[in-house]
Design a binder for this molecule. Structure first.
Ligand code: BGC
Length: 721
């Protein structure tokens, strides 16, 4: 802990001033018309006096250079010790220039572009006055019913860790103190929020500590290793104790074991929510448990403000705990250079120039191109520029393609699919657009217009999906199909017998019954962001060759959920060819396999793998095994392939997954071109958490799998001695 900050500030602060540092005020406090730098929000509702609030440490959700500067100025005029405010907000996949949702970014398998997207988000946010972003969200996800899968990069701990590092480096850059165009990253939601039972938001999480450590914690850890400055607790319980009051998780794993010295913030009202959880008798006990557990900032509620003074007075909380929390917050302020320059990157002129600039939008478009996944294609795509196209569906002409967490993004400024396809086709008359249905409703008039548009077309492109609020926080679903109205629209169009391509807009893996079986081609667009329509038009017309690969499995049906590729085998695995044995691990009404596996994605060209070889059949401690494989572009277009390497530890002290991603590489290949891809497998990649939670490898046999997805692979083997 930094002593100079203690001597300069903390030792001169009253207990009230210290506790006020731990308070975070949300935007409504600054929303009053007129002098909007004044704190005018629901103070009475919260039962607090404005003097206390004037000493608050941070603000959530206020942005815009002029506004932030005005609030900061007024704050400093009123602050006895001149301690500046920290401005924080959720800049999750872009500020004004909205990038594809994180689940889509996960499908790019491209950490460089992910880093660039975070750097641009940071640049726009910083110039608009923000200091901290509540991102990246690093919750591993296995349940598409959960609406927040859209905020994650997927189901794999290794891939998530690669993206964790990329996002943190993009947001923070190399030197937060000097580089005013970056913001501090707040890793969330610690921990295991993605494992909510039944996929219902905020629900119970119950994992063995081994599961937690082996699968759920690595991505958070990777972000902290990359230097992330903050951590947000999650809403859920971890082993029966809400994360926000969980000493073992926060003081044990996060601080003592991992050495994290940055700021921990509660999630929105999660201190107070310990009462509803049944983990605290009242708000006072909740505050006590949170400060004991190591939470520094109370987001949005006044549990700390109202109860810490008394808790210190009666001796239940040592004032040193409060000092520590204050120091961590001041340390972050210092690291961001706020004591020297409280306005930091806020710059109204530059804000006008760079926010939503053409350069930033080009980057968003590129990432949207790389994030879309071609799920099926039976000769329909790419479209021919001369074809008459009927573009039909609720997303044909919709601006609702930004996705959840794009609060500063504007749906009005989106590149829509209709406009982009029309301008690409050259002759605008070749593309006829009809809504076809709403998200949840279909009328006779809509059907008629859709039939009319389709009648004159050579090919039908259906743009269908979930409205953005059907995923995201509070967006859990039990039925993960497209809404009935849109399934009806698909059936109607299918009935015409014309080539049918579907473009999907959605924030989660869907049950694609009624879509995948009906369409000749399916392009997964996710929520592609500000430039989504332009990117999709390029993909549909083949100006860009699709290269995205799923970072989550698409279940065959919701009844299989959770279904993920890195699962364990049972003692009664299903044989390749079924032999009529009832007593094996299977469903009698559905396959075991997902419809589309992790890592899957097609291209307008094709890739063939051959000649998988290992440098040795034996791996010794310090001698990696080299893996080589030849990848050939066997189609007639240039394309990008993502070569994926998986391992299986055939037997362990505890059972090991049937496959685990250990490495991947992307390669661009011209038609007929081939490349030799080389990977090294080292002993450290074979380590795992044993039953006593120690991490080591076990000698024995390993399978190596290499391919273009987690299902279709070549195999080899080696032995660790
Ligand atoms: C969400 C967080 C978010 C916070 C602040 C909460 O409801 O769970 O992800 O950072 O609000 O907006």
């Amino acid at each position: 802990m930094s002593e100079h900050l203690y001597h300069k500030y903390v030792q001169h602060m009253t207990l009230e001033e210290k506790i006020a540092q731990l308070l975070q005020l949300a935007a409504p406090f600054y929303d009053e018309p007129g002098d909007d730098s004044e704190i005018t929000g629901p103070l009475e509702e919260l039962g607090i006096g404005s003097d206390t609030v004037r000493n608050a440490g941070s603000v959530l959700g206020v942005a815009g250079a002029e506004k932030v500067m005005a609030v900061q100025k007024k704050h400093l005029e009123n602050s006895r010790l001149g301690i500046p405010l920290l401005f924080m907000a959720d800049i999750v996949h872009g500020f004004k220039t909205i990038f594809p949702i994180p689940l889509a970014i996960g499908s790019s398998w491209n950490p460089e572009l992910a880093e660039q997207s975070a750097a641009i988000a940071a640049r726009e946010a910083a110039v608009s006055g923000l200091h901290v972003t509540f991102a990246p969200m690093l919750d591993l996800v296995r349940d598409p019913r959960w609406g927040r899968v859209m905020e994650s990069t997927g189901e794999d701990p290794y891939l998530n860790s690669v993206f964790a590092k990329a996002f943190v480096e993009g947001f923070q850059g190399k030197n937060l103190t000097q580089d005013m165009s970056r913001v501090a990253a707040c890793v969330k939601h610690f921990a295991a929020y993605g494992a909510a039972e039944g996929g219902r938001d905020y629900n119970t999480v119950d994992l063995s500590e081994r599961q937690l450590r082996e699968y759920y914690l690595p991505a958070y850890k990777a972000a902290l290793d990359a230097g992330a400055e903050m951590v947000m607790t999650s809403f859920n319980v971890v082993d029966g104790i809400p994360a926000t009051g969980n000493r073992k998780l926060l003081r044990g794993i996060l601080r003592a074991e991992w050495g994290f010295d940055g700021v921990v913030i509660s999630d929105w009202a999660s201190i107070k929510e310990m009462v509803a959880h049944g983990a605290a008798e009242d708000d006072k006990e909740a505050a006590l448990k949170a400060i004991w557990a190591g939470v520094d900032i109370d987001m949005m509620t006044v549990s700390y403000l109202n109860h810490l003074p008394e808790l210190v007075e009666v001796g239940l909380v040592d004032e040193a705990l409060i000092d520590e929390a204050v120091l961590r917050i001041l340390q972050l302020k210092e690291k961001l250079g706020l004591f020297e320059n409280p306005m930091r990157g806020a710059d109204p002129a530059l804000e006008k120039e760079i926010v939503f600039s053409a350069e930033h939008r080009r980057a968003a478009r590129k990432l949207a191109e790389k994030s879309s996944v071609l799920l099926k294609n039976e000769g329909v795509l790419p479209l021919n520029i001369e074809q008459r196209v009927a573009l039909i569906g609720p997303f044909a002409d919709s601006g609702d393609i930004l996705g959840w967490w794009s609060w500063t993004g504007s749906k009005e400024q989106v590149a829509k699919l209709s406009g982009a396809m029309r301008s690409l086709a050259g002759n605008a008359g070749l593309v006829t657009v009809a809504e076809g249905s709403g998200i949840h409703t279909i009328t006779a008039v809509q059907k008629e217009a859709a039939l009319k548009a389709a009648a004159a077309a050579d090919v039908i492109v259906l743009a269908v999906g979930e409205a953005s609020e059907m995923s995201g926080e509070g967006g859990s679903r039990t039925n993960i199909k497209l809404p009935d109205a849109q399934l009806e629209l698909i059936r109607l169009m299918k009935g015409l017998g014309k080539p049918l391509a579907v473009v999907l807009f959605n924030g989660r893996p869907l049950d694609l019954h009624g879509v995948y079986d009906q369409a000749d081609a399916v392009l997964e667009a996710w929520f592609p962001g500000s430039e989504g329509g332009a990117a999709l038009a390029d993909l549909l017309y083949g100006k860009v060759n699709p290269s995205g690969r799923l970072s989550v499995s698409f279940p065959d049906s919701v009844g299989q959920v959770p279904v993920y590729y890195n699962a364990f085998s049972t003692g009664r695995p299903k044989p390749q060819v079924e032999d009529g044995n009832r007593y094996i691990s299977k469903y009698i009404d559905a396959p075991n396999e997902p419809l589309l596996p992790f890592g899957f994605g097609l291209s307008y060209t094709s890739f063939t793998y051959e000649g998988l070889t290992l440098s040795s059949g034996i791996l010794k401690d310090d001698q990696p095994v080299e893996v080589k494989v030849k990848v050939i572009n066997t189609g007639s277009l240039a394309g990008t392939e993502t070569v994926q390497l998986y391992l299986r530890d055939r037997s362990g002290e505890v059972v090991r997954p049937v496959k685990e991603l250990k490495a991947f590489k992307q390669v661009d290949l011209a038609p007929g071109e081939s490349a030799e891809m080389i990977f090294a497998i080292e002993e450290r990649q074979l380590r795992y958490h044993h039953s006593d939670l120690t991490v080591s490898s076990d000698p024995g046999w390993f399978d190596v799998y290499v391919g273009g997805n987690s299902r279709d692979v070549l195999a080899a083997e080696f032995r660790l001695i």
